[in-house]
Ligand binder design. Structure first.
Ligand SMILES: Cc1ncc(COP(=O)(O)O)c(C=O)c1O
Length: 426
């Protein structure tokens, strides 16, 4: 009997592949970058105090790759608040999910302050942006509903769609006619209990262009749908008061579910939804990534409140961010670079070329010029394209910008020469 079981396991092992062995054969989307570029192109380690001046591989570099847009993460007062809150509350408390034992006045106050900031009646705190928004999408729509989203939506939206039971469809990036066709298709197939959720982003993080929120909101006159906007990069940076892309475009009221993360301009961990009070009540009881997860520790919540207060009270940080963005962009354009027409601080420099050119640019900038930039090539962008993405911060100075422009000037022969060769091949 024992021999028989042993034999059958052996047979099964010859037929089926071990899961771990299979992983070795599964290509990573980053290809050879994953292992060969580890620690340099992928998973690089920036060291030293957060800011425009950090160390990479022991070398001083000017950093253009972190999303601390307003310099909040580098603020001395905030660092004091962080320390005091940790000493007062510990990093452990409160324990448990908010539904059970992890709720507090601080958490609820933060939710209301976030909602006030983005001009919505109620807020709902999320431990993480990525899991949070996935779970919110999952909670909002059911199998009778239709979910329609922009093709360039962040991975968390695409994964949220995978979790959702609804039917989903995608429209070409910012193609309002395409969205309208999808809406017509959904309306034609709706049952009496069907609803439609449209999802897009405020700022598209790779290219920096804005979602066509005004045009999408205008479609509400013709079609019955609710709009969810992921405003990860717009929150804190756009709008006269920093309340995001909807305010910038004059249509914040038309956004039914506003999503912001702390991962960018708040320089923290956590995220939130702002919407109508009864929807927040529903989310509290239905967003599984919150219901079944420990709540954010007190120090995070306390510092988030203080950071939001500072962002609201210091519009000059936003002005400086934009001043730096303008200087950097005009300098790059004067040098002949193709800076994509971004409407946010995200500054993408596009050139044609191979993955090799992309890595050459990053290495040359870091090693020879002490400038840390990040680049993306295929498969993140189409084959033959290289995108160097710079993230200005309010804490960059003219000296940082000048140094960076000098570096871009110095690498021009390499970039343009190789770009031409590639262009001919493509
Ligand atoms: C557009 C967008 N949405 C969502 C997220 C996820 O947010 P978090 O980092 O808070 O998980 C990110 C990345 O931070 C993002 O860029």
């Amino acid at each position: 009997m024992i021999l028989c079981v042993f034999n059958s396991i052996l047979i099964l092992k010859t037929i089926f592949m071990d899961l771990f062995d299979k992983l070795a054969e599964r290509p990573s989307p980053l290809g050879p970058f994953t292992s060969e570029g580890y620690g340099y192109y992928t998973f690089p380690k920036l060291e030293g105090p957060l800011g425009p001046d950090m160390k990479f591989n022991g070398k001083d570099v000017t950093v253009w790759s972190i999303n601390d847009y307003l310099g909040v993460g580098q603020n001395e007062h905030i660092r004091k608040v962080d320390t005091e809150a940790s000493a007062k509350y510990s990093l452990s408390a409160p324990m448990g999910a908010r539904l059970m034992t992890g709720n507090s006045d601080e958490h609820e106050a933060l939710e209301q302050e976030l909602a006030d900031f983005v001009h919505k009646p109620a807020g709902f705190l999320l431990n993480f942006g990525y899991q949070g928004i996935m779970s919110v999408i999952h909670a909002l729509v059911d199998r009778n509903d239709f979910l329609i989203y922009d093709e360039l939506s962040h991975a968390c939206i695409v994964d949220g769609k995978q979790l959702a039971m609804s039917e989903s469809s995608v429209f070409k990036h910012n193609d309002i006619e395409g969205l309208e066709r999808q809406l017509q298709r959904a309306v034609a197939r709706m049952k009496p209990n069907s609803s439609i959720l449209v999802i897009t982003e405020g700022v598209f993080g790779m290219t920096g262009d804005l979602g066509k929120l005004r045009e999408i909101v205008a479609l509400k006159e013709k079609y019955p749908f609710r709009l969810l906007v992921d405003d990860a990069h717009g929150f804190g940076t756009l709008g006269h008061d920093g309340s995001g892309t909807g305010t910038e475009l004059g249509c914040q009221d038309g956004i039914d579910v506003y999503f912001g993360t702390f991962a960018k301009s708040v320089a923290l961990i956590g995220a939130f939804i702002a919407t109508e009070p009864h929807v927040v009540d529903f989310l509290r009881a239905n967003v599984r990534s919150q219901i079944f997860a420990k709540s954010l520790p007190f120090p995070i919540v306390v510092t988030a409140r203080e950071r939001i207060r500072l962002i609201r009270e210091n519009p000059q940080w936003r002005e400086k961010l934009w001043e730096n963005t303008r200087k950097l962009r005009s300098g790059l354009k004067e040098l002949g670079y193709n800076v994509l027409p971004s409407e946010s601080p995200v500054t993408p420099v596009l050139t044609s070329g191979s993955t090799e050119l992309c890595t050459d640019i990053m290495r040359e900038m870091r090693e020879k010029h002490g400038v840390f930039v990040s680049g993306v090539a295929y498969p993140v962008v189409p084959k033959g394209m290289v995108l160097i993405r710079l993230i200005p911060m309010a804490t960059h100075t003219d000296a940082h910008i000048d140094k960076t422009l000098r570096a871009f000037e110095a690498i021009k022969p390499m970039v343009f020469q190789k770009a031409e060769v590639i262009t001919e091949q493509v």
